[in-house]
Design a protein around this ligand. Structure first.
Ligand SMILES: NC(=O)c1ccc[n+]([C@@H]2O[C@H](COP(=O)([O-])OP(=O)(O)OC[C@H]3O[C@@H](n4cnc5c(N)ncnc54)[C@H](OP(=O)(O)O)[C@@H]3O)[C@@H](O)[C@H]2O)c1
Length: 254
């Protein structure tokens, strides 16, 4: 069955990816929706056309048993995965020594470890013309003090995506890293970014998750390697490459 697998599908950008992919990929017959909150996944399932088969897969991607059940499902269903969207992720605002060490480890496990594990488990079920979209961030361009671990995880996602893209060229599977700026989603509350908590988040212009989803899926179809929304963040990406990090980091603190 031609299948799309989307992690972090219960809310925010992931929800927009489900809706945008269902509209764009008319050849896809089945969606696998992954996140922890089953009730929200069911609500999103109800928003999809009735002709689509939808598997609601409530799981914590940091739970090794849950991940093993995903692997078993892949083995039993042998789906023809046309689209994999690795979107589940979160950040925390604060100095490294202020944040709980276990939470920081959990963040690394989800943003890097789970993304890597899901990708490596799914690739054997992908063929020419399929695509992998990894949700990265503008935080991958320049390290961000007060979001040190988060920006390091997203630098991993960028490096992983670029290198994997090279590995999968022969198989003709494109890999895209999507780098949104701030978006008004549950990400902010989970990261403890409320008004006044971060001058950077208070000042920066916000990206629209719906627009990010639609435009980045188009970029994936075009075979692009990186997608960044808004002119300011495209400029930031270029500056991040040209200007020494020590200078850029004077402005990138959260
Ligand atoms: N919002 C921003 O400012 C911003 C900017 C740049 C990049 N991003 C990136 O965009 C992606 C989506 O974030 P968002 O803004 O849409 O935030 P969000 O609304 O909090 O969505 C995060 C998604 O990840 C899922 N998730 C979290 N922990 C999980 C776990 N352990 N296992 C399985 N699923 C899990 C959540 O679902 P459950 O809670 O139901 O599990 C939710 O569906 C993230 O990778 C984030 O780093 C966000």
């Amino acid at each position: 069955m031609r299948t799309a697998i989307i992690t972090g599908a219960s809310a925010g950008l992931g929800k927009e990816y489900v809706l945008a992919a269902a509209r764009k990929y008319t050849e896809i017959e089945e969606f696998w929706l992954i996140a922890r909150r089953a009730d929200l996944l069911e609500e999103i399932k109800a928003m999809l056309p009735a002709c689509l088969s939808v598997k609601v897969l409530p799981m914590d991607l940091n739970d090794k048993n849950a991940f093993a059940s995903l692997k078993s499902l892949l083995e039993s269903e042998k789906p023809d995965v046309r689209l994999l969207i690795n979107n589940a992720g979160y950040g925390k605002l604060g100095y490294v020594w202020e944040l709980d060490a276990d939470v920081q480890r959990d963040m690394i496990d989800l943003n890097c470890g789970a993304l890597t594990a899901v990708t490596s488990a799914v690739i054997p079920y992908m063929s020419a013309g399929a695509g992998i979209l990894n949700v990265c961030s503008i935080a991958s361009f320049v390290p961000n003090a007060r979001m040190t671990v988060y920006s390091a995880t997203k630098a991993y996602v960028m490096s992983f995506s670029r290198s994997l893209r090279e590995e999968l060229k022969e198989k003709r599977v494109n890999v895209l890293a999507v780098c949104p700026g701030p978006m008004s989603t549950d990400f902010l509350s989970r990261a403890h970014i409320s008004k006044g908590a971060s001058k950077t988040f208070d000042t920066l212009p916000y990206c629209n998750p719906k627009e990010v989803a639609v435009k980045s899926l188009n970029a994936l179809s075009k075979g692009k390697a990186v997608y960044t929304n808004r002119f300011l963040y495209k400029l930031y990406r270029v500056l991040g490459k040209l200007v020494p990090k020590a200078i850029m980091m004077k402005f990138s603190k959260c």
